[in-house]
Design a protein around this ligand. Structure first.
Ligand SMILES: Nc1ncnc2c1ncn2[C@@H]1O[C@H](COP(=O)(O)OP(=O)(O)O)[C@@H](O)[C@H]1O
Ligand SMILES: [Mg+2]
Length: 189
């Protein structure tokens, strides 16, 4: 199962969630690899620090491939990734300022992900007790894709995890990631 993680905006959390979802799949016993298609190479460097997950190599023996993509909707690397994926995962914050980019990202997903393949939103940086955190279903409707019922809170632990890996995450963060991974694996063709 190939999953393209995308959003036209930098800072949405694509790289953070690509690496940590790959870790979550691994924790759940899946053979997973990560393909870093962002020329900035953040995911590659991150994995070089933590060794939590494998980077994809040609002919590698994995069942799940997570593809991190650049924050440009006109990137051929993004289009190619979507075209060869079984599923697209749009990482989006619930901030209204990010709504428009997320809607534009949906248009690109629809154009390049082969027909009939599932696409989902994963809300990131959610603050549960705020108005925005409470109405994720309405927001998903406006963006134009169904959302996973799992969402990812805004916590410093996610920043520490860039250096220290899965072991830096608290139980709540792990639980959110494992639930998202479980929902994604249920979409498997
Ligand atoms: N859930 C979160 N809670 C707190 N900080 C986060 C969260 N997700 C991402 N970040 C931080 O936001 C910044 C941008 O994340 P990143 O994954 O690099 O975004 P992108 O790959 O979409 O550009 C990073 O500093 C990262 O640590
Ligand atoms: Mg990135």
């Amino acid at each position: 199962m190939k999953i393209t993680v995308c959003n036209g905006k930098g800072g949405a959390g694509k790289t953070t969630l690509s690496v940590l979802l790959a870790s979550a799949f691994r924790q759940a016993g899946h053979r997973v690899a990560l393909l870093d298609r962002d020329p900035q190479g953040t995911a590659t460097r991150w994995i070089g620090e933590t060794h939590d997950v494998e980077l994809a190599v040609a002919g590698g023996d994995h069942r799940i491939l997570i593809i991190d993509t650049p924050p440009q909707l006109d990137s051929p690397l993004l289009h190619q990734s979507l075209a060869e994926s079984d599923c697209a995962l749009l990482v989006s914050s619930p901030s209204p300022a990010d709504l428009w980019t997320s809607q534009d990202s949906v248009a690109v997903i629809r154009r390049h992900l082969p027909a009939g393949r599932p696409a989902r939103i994963l809300f990131n940086q959610v603050q549960p007790r705020t108005v925005l955190g409470k109405d994720l279903a309405t927001l998903a409707q406006r963006i134009g894709l169904p959302a996973l019922s799992a969402h990812i809170g805004r916590r410093q632990a996610f920043q520490h995890a860039a250096l220290l890996g899965w072991s830096a995450l608290d139980a709540a963060s792990r639980e959110e990631l494992l639930q998202a991974a479980l929902e994604l694996s249920a979409l498997q063709p």
